[in-house]
Design a protein. Sequence first.
Length: 448
Amino acid sequence: MPSKPILAIVGRPNVGKSTLFNRLIGERLAIVSEIAGTTRDRLYADADFAGREFTVVDTGGIVGEREAVAENDTAKFFALARAQAQLAIAEADAILFLTDAEAGVMPGDYEIADILRKSNAPVYLAVNKADNEKRTAEAVEFYALGLGEPHPISALHGIGTGDLLEEIIEHFPPAPEETESEIPQLAIIGRPNVGKSSLLNAILGQERAIVSEIPGTTRDAIDTQVLWRGEPVTLIDTAGIRRRGKIEPGIEKFSSLRALKAIQRADVVLLVLDAEDGPTTQDAHVIAYALEENKGIVLVVNKWDTVEKETNTQKEYEERVRVAFNFIPYAPIVFCSAKFRQRIPAVMDTALRVRQELRTRISTADLNEVLRDAVAQHSPPTHGKTQLKFYYVTQIGIVPPTFVFFVNRKDMVHFSYQRYLENKLRERFKLTGAPLKMIFRARRKKDE
């Protein structure tokens, strides 16, 4: 899947960025508050306007240099938000600079404007809270920022946002044709210093021929095509997460935006974990996006050579990883040492197996045999005098394998019973690594 254009919303604290973010994506995902600095981390979600899909990034507020470097907890938080916003700016295909009509042009707006002028992406200046004629007329004051025409809008009421979006999407990069590559696309992602580059080099050093280096859609990334067991494979390298321009030191740990682009183009994602550090919340944050994109996932525990081993060390470590990633219990875990090129074939073979599982097709007869056995072993739930009934199941798609279950009451399909059926499908058809999509539809009573 081609990566979607990225629209980053930036501005001072409390100008309404999260409100606009929620407006653009059509749901209340960002926390909206009158307290400046509520958005502490980058938040991103997909949006669709006039048939064009894109990713919207909500950022924390950017404050002045002096406040950002002051030695107190609040300043440290603002410095963090500033650094994350600058990464979003560096990675965006378009930038929406949000200002506040009620407050007028502020000194901080001039500083942000100076930052944005150094960006390669087009900048669109929006003046929020212009919800009456007076504020709309006063929006012309924002010409002083030197970023072109100000667009008066009201994120809260949706005034002017449609016209602004029309202009933005008109200047997005052309949407590439969505054609599925027959060559496996594997993305190597993870936090800095977990060994992504080492893993890539170890794969390339396993006496495999490098076929070509293909410039990737992700900035600063090179797609490398190799022959693995005689078959071509494209490795999408996100190891080049480096500071750009004057981005603050420490920004490298916030790598999810670049990983996001790589994930969208990949079939299978290899999340590299540092065996010494263990899984982190940032790892879970990034891999959750891969899950939303229905990608295959392999958890790669690197630097396993640095861990002191006892009888149950690997088993206990695997349990620790399972707890951290309890939302993907099916994802295979592979332990390796990229430094010493240990178990590298297991990493690649597992990833390619998962990709193959994504394309699994199962006959309706085989599916319904599993369904009948599952229902016989564990009866569906009841509600009052009504029992959940399953009529039949069929597969309607692949990548990921997608199944439709026809039932009498889809509202009675509890998550636990859905997970039970999923486990039965995985067990029967050896679907150990691919995500499965399960849809439940109610059949009309007269059809029973």
